[in-house]
Design a protein around this ligand. Structure first.
Ligand SMILES: [Zn+2]
Length: 261
């Protein structure tokens, strides 16, 4: 995978704290929040003049009223309904579409795997405008993924980020096979898997199933890197306006275990 967007040296260092394969937690508040905010918005094609400046006199856009804990409880309740085969009716009708046509107010960011068995909106019975999702095999965070998450928090006021791994994840399995067997992968697959390799190494000597331990370790590592990725996430965390939690989805019973809070 390539990163076609030039970034300043400081921006690259800040992103490196999240994306580095070492898993080392490096605090990197290297750019001001507003500068980062403008970068993220520009990447999304959003008018920075209209919505990005903290100095703007424009009123803040509508945001969810949920606190981080309330947002988490909503997801837990929704998953319980999914597990009991009584999923909540997601709002996916015309009324809802028109409601959010002029602006979105999602209440959670889901950083989850691309696996076809793990669609966040289905697992949580959520509809249009509820979840801001970033999906990539192995639920790692690239610079583009981090910018997307920062945008959701800084501009949309999302109070909760969930890093969601899952049972029998193929991407994590690939990382384990690199460590165990020295496997190499064609194309860009190896590069996609490489951020997970340090987690697979750390999980190697843990008791139990290596793959499942690596799934959990990878989730924890991504959560912890996000927590030190820069001002756009660190400041709302410090103010109690944002939580980042890690979870594992069980393919067999449908339960989501929010095991890292
Ligand atoms: Zn997966």
């Amino acid at each position: 995978m390539t990163n076609p967007t030039p970034a300043s040296p400081s921006r690259r260092r800040a992103l490196g704290a999240v994306c580095a394969c070492t898993g080392a937690a490096v605090a990197a508040p290297l750019m001001g929040a507003n500068a980062l905010r403008t970068v993220a918005l520009g990447a999304l094609g959003v008018s920075g003049v209209a919505v990005s400046s903290a100095a703007s006199a424009a009123p803040a856009a509508a945001r969810t009223a949920l606190t981080p804990d309330q947002a988490l409880q909503r997801l837990m309740d929704a998953n319980e309904a999914f597990v009991s085969d009584k999923p909540q009716a997601p709002q996916i009708n015309r009324k809802r579409r028109l409601e959010i046509a002029q602006g979105q107010t999602p209440f959670a960011v889901l950083l989850s795997c691309s696996d076809s068995r793990v669609p966040p909106e289905v697992l949580f019975g959520q509809g249009l405008g509820d979840l801001f999702t970033v999906r990539v095999a192995g639920n790692t965070v690239s610079p583009e993924g981090l910018g997307s998450i920062e945008y959701a928090v800084a501009e949309l006021g999302v109070p909760l980020i969930v890093v969601l791994g899952h049972e029998r994840c193929g991407a994590v399995g690939a990382a384990v096979s690199i460590v165990r067997d020295g496997t190499s992968f064609p194309g860009a697959i190896g590069e996609m898997v490489s951020p997970i390799v340090p987690s697979a190494i750390r999980a190697r000597d843990e008791k139990g199933d290596w793959l499942d331990n690596a799934v959990r370790r990878n989730v924890v590592d991504v959560v912890e890197r996000l927590k030190v990725s820069g001002n756009l996430l660190e400041e709302p965390i410090a103010a109690g306006k944002l939580k980042i939690v890690g979870a594992r989805y069980d393919l067999d019973d449908g339960k989501i275990d929010f095991f890292h809070r």
